[in-house]
Design a protein around this ligand. Structure first.
Ligand code: HAM
Length: 421
């Protein structure tokens, strides 16, 4: 027996109502905020991700699905969506569009992680990026949009945590102080953090090891080292969020796992604590486009894991609308009736009525049972007698009533009844 690769899953029909529901709400929110859909390839030149996400991050260091293609080029299955969108923005000349350029995507994402509840090696993200505007009102709008998505899905008890990690100008000063602090406690750090201290000291703040976590509590805070511009940006963002009535908490340890962020970073978490609890995260990345070869272009965005949303919808017992199947089942008895049933089913489908046609030779009772299990509203029954008299038995499955109607008007009649109900 073959098995799906570890850390992947099949999204079976029973799960689909959750996925369609989330996608529908996400699309609706994008329309409200003026975002347009983009699709980018599932794999890219590996250098794109190394450059944008950062050599010293877990994603680039340990989690990428990288392979050499047949011409010897290094390719990587996308481990996130932002870098690809920025690559496309530059390559397809979107710089000439009115700013900000607002794009959203649904993308499968690949990270070689240790699988557990809510953590997969292939997961799916819904994300959106607003490129070309530095105004903190845009940060507020992006945060508001993420927040509204979760509210529209029916979530309660979520928290929004936020931080500012400064810019090229002020961050080096902060990092110096952060390193000094950690050097004083280096013997208490986990081996990973000892190694990261030189290359990527920000990462130490979100280490989950108990000793490191405790040390992070007392570490210098990036928000205390912001330059005047970053401090003002953060101040104005907080004011905008208060104006919008969005409740946020500040967390000086929030740094996110990708190196491209500048200034604003934020995450949305459900009330259940734990490493895999983050439902979505994002922030500003004002240097990324320039690092990828473009002109200096500020940008901000967000992404949320579809699997984590579905997991939390279930945890919070949020009901989602079912996906209706065909409302009509067509049953028959006998060879000639079968031909008529086949014809009738096709005519109904051409008229826009969904039909499930019985197959094989089964008793009427077995066919009605089948109709019940697929929740058909009506079953049309054809037997020799019906064929000869050009009639059809129409059975209302809810009421258990049955009547004979002329075949001639059956399509219009059924369409009318289904519309009515
Ligand atoms: P991220 O925080 O790495 O950000 O991923 C976004 C979301 O994807 C997470 O909050 C989580 O819900 C989900 N996720 C991540 N890894 C996994 C996994 N292994 N299994 C299941 N779900 C997962 C980004 O990727 C950024 N590109 C977000 C962004 C957009 N920043 C600016 N624009």
């Amino acid at each position: 027996m073959y098995k799906a690769p570890r850390g992947t899953t099949d999204i079976l029909p029973a799960e689909q109502p959750y996925w369609r529901y989330v996608e529908g709400q996400a699309e609706a929110v994008c329309q409200l905020y003026g975002y347009q859909r983009i699709e980018t390839p599932m794999f890219e030149d590996s250098r794109l991700f190394v450059r944008s996400i950062g050599q010293e991050t877990d994603i680039v260091g340990k989690e990428m699905y990288t392979f050499e293609d047949r011409s010897g080029d290094s390719m990587t299955l996308r481990p996130e969506g932002t870098a690809s969108v920025c690559r496309s923005y530059l390559e397809r000349g979107m710089q000439s569009l009115p700013m900000p350029v607002k794009l959203y995507y649904f993308a499968s994402v690949f990270r070689y992680e240790r699988p557990q509840a809510g953590r997969f090696r292939q997961h799916h993200q819904f994300g959106f990026e607003a490129i070309g505007e530095a105004d903190p009102a845009l940060d507020a709008e992006v945060i508001d949009m993420a927040w509204q998505l979760y509210l529209s899905l029916g979530f309660k008890n979520l928290s929004l945590v936020m931080n500012s990690i400064g810019c090229k100008k002020c961050r080096p000063v902060y990092l110096r102080h952060l390193k000094e602090y950690y050097y004083k406690h280096v013997d208490r750090l986990c081996p990973d953090c000892k190694r990261r201290l030189e290359q990527n000291p920000l990462r130490l703040l979100d280490c989950k090891q108990p000793a490191c976590h405790e040390l992070a509590e007392g570490a210098p805070k990036s928000s205390d080292y912001l330059c005047a511009e970053c401090a003002e940006h953060f101040q104005r963002l907080k004011k905008h969020l208060s104006t919008l009535g969005i409740p946020y908490q500040l967390d000086h340890r929030l740094v996110r796992g990708l190196d491209y962020y500048t200034r604003t970073v934020f995450e949305v978490q459900p009330e259940i604590e734990g490493a895999q609890s983050t439902m979505g995260g994002g922030g500003r990345y004002d240097n990324l486009i320039e690092e990828l070869g473009g002109a200096p272009t500020p940008a901000v965005g967000f992404a949320t894991g579809m699997e984590r949303i579905v997991l939390n919808l279930k945890r919070q017992n949020i009901a989602v609308p079912p996906i209706p199947g065909p409302l009509v089942f067509v049953a028959y008895l006998g060879e000639q009736a079968k031909e008529e049933a086949l014809k009738l089913s096709t005519e109904l489908r051409r008229a826009g009525v969904g039909v499930l046609l019985s197959l094989g030779e089964r008793s009427l009772r077995a066919q009605l049972r089948h109709a019940n299990t697929v929740s058909a509203r009506y079953t049309l029954i054809l037997g020799q007698e019906e064929v000869e008299s050009a009639q059809v038995q129409v059975r209302d499955m809810g009421q258990g009533t049955q009547e004979r109607v002329p075949s001639a008007g059956i399509i219009a009649e059924l369409a009318r009844r289904l519309k009515q109900s």
